[in-house]
Write a protein that binds this ligand. Structure first.
Ligand code: NAP
Ligand code: ZN
Ligand code: ZN
Length: 346
């Protein structure tokens, strides 16, 4: 077995604390990655708190993983020892269903395997990136360019692909007015991609203090959603809203900001279901849609695009000992704009 140390929650009421554990041996098609940095996603917080479903404990969160290849199995062809590599939200899928065959492993019909809080095909729970190393099939590892700051690349593995994928799917770009709802980890990446793809980007935020940063990220407009006059001024204005909000919010209000035929794309995953008034949809033939992370091929495409266009996350590096304080700030919306754990502090 491969020895690993990390930070784990022992149950949904306990803060993360040091925990030693074992990972599988490096199999013929596996790579071993020594983890250097791991981003902190709001999904980590949802899962250690059992917000979505009862979790598998002890739980080692983390699915924005970057580091160096330390070993490769006998049949590995895509990676060499010493290269940079990344792991996102998935470590396996059935590989045979119609979605897997179309590079949409994130929608695997046979039950994919999450990077943590999931059961591997071997019946052993998966453990995430708040840890010293990870063993993963080479098919679920990503190539990382050495042109960009490695720590600032980590959040691309979830926040990056989760916003890149829907913007590409709906072909958001020149001539579109895009609103990004919520300026946190996902939201700030959505602004960067929206701007890069040529859209006119507005940030819809509950935090007036984020305006200057939003404009620095390239946003053309900033609306404080707690100010009724500012909201009124953008009624019926947007072709798309990319909704990254992590808590319950007023869908009727935001749908009123869409133009006729506009689409509200949910990527945020609050624990409670949305309430959607029928009239908010039928007046203007509006759609509510959703999107989950992205497939492995599209994640690689996004990483390559970021290397080419010099796009990374805005990060605040933390010591792993401060992870609980970081979660407390995340709960208050006080994230600028992604915490990244320096795994040297483990
Ligand atoms: P985050 O960094 O905490 O950002 C969320 C932002 O939403 C906050 O910064 C805040 O922005 C806004 N917000 C929070 N509570 C709000 C409320 N009650 N009403 C209105 N706005 C509120 O979180 P994240 O890591 O970006 O993740 C966001 C959500 O996406 C989470 O639910 C996460 O689980 C989910 N997620 C989904 C996928 C997927 O595949 N679809 C992948 C990753 C994450 P302002 O201060 O600007 O208002
Ligand atoms: Zn995530
Ligand atoms: Zn599948």
């Amino acid at each position: 077995m491969t020895q690993s140390k990390g930070y784990a929650a022992q149950d949904e009421q306990t803060d993360l604390a040091p925990w030693n554990f074992e990972r599988r041996d490096v199999g013929a098609h596996d790579v071993l990655i020594e983890i250097q940095y791991c981003g902190v996603c709001h999904s980590d917080l949802h899962q250690i708190k059992n917000d979505w479903f009862p979790g598998i404990f002890p739980m080692v969160p983390g699915h924005e993983i970057v580091g160096k290849i330390a070993a490769v199995g006998a049949h590995v062809t895509k990676f060499k020892v010493g290269e940079l590599a990344g792991v996102g939200c998935m470590v396996d899928s059935c590989r045979t269903c119609e979605n897997c065959k179309q590079d949409l492993e994130q929608y695997c019909l046979g039950g994919g395997t999450g990077t943590y809080n999931s059961m591997g095909k071997d019946g052993i729970p998966t453990y995430g990136g708040y840890s010293s190393n990870i063993v993963v099939s080479e098919d679920f590892a990503l190539h990382i360019s050495d042109k960009l700051s490695l720590a600032a690349v980590a959040p691309l593995l979830c926040a990056g692909i989760t916003t890149y994928s829907p913007l590409r799917h709906w072909k958001v770009g020149k001539g579109h007015k895009l609103a990004v709802l919520g300026l946190g980890g996902l939201g700030h990446m959505a602004v960067k991609f929206g701007v890069a793809f040529g859209a006119d980007v507005t940030v819809l935020s509950t935090s007036p203090s984020k305006e200057a940063a939003a404009r620095e990220l390239g946003a053309h407009n900033f609306v404080v959603t707690t100010d009724p006059a500012q909201v009124e001024a953008v009624k019926g204005k947007f072709d798309f809203i990319l909704d990254t909000v992590s808590a319950k919010h007023d869908m009727g209000l935001y749908l009123s900001l869409l133009r006729t035929n506009g689409t509200h794309i949910c990527v945020g995953a609050p624990s409670e279901p949305h309430e959607i008034p029928a009239f908010a949809l039928l007046g203007g033939r509006k759609s509510v849609a959703g999107s989950g992370i992205g497939g492995i091929a599209e994640t690689q495409e996004m990483l390559d695009y970021c290397a080419e266009h010099n796009i990374t996350a805005e990060i605040e590096m933390i010591d792993i000992k401060n992870i609980t304080a970081a979660y407390e700030r995340m709960m208050k919306g006080d994230v600028r704009y992604r915490f990244v754990i320096d795994m040297n502090t483990l």
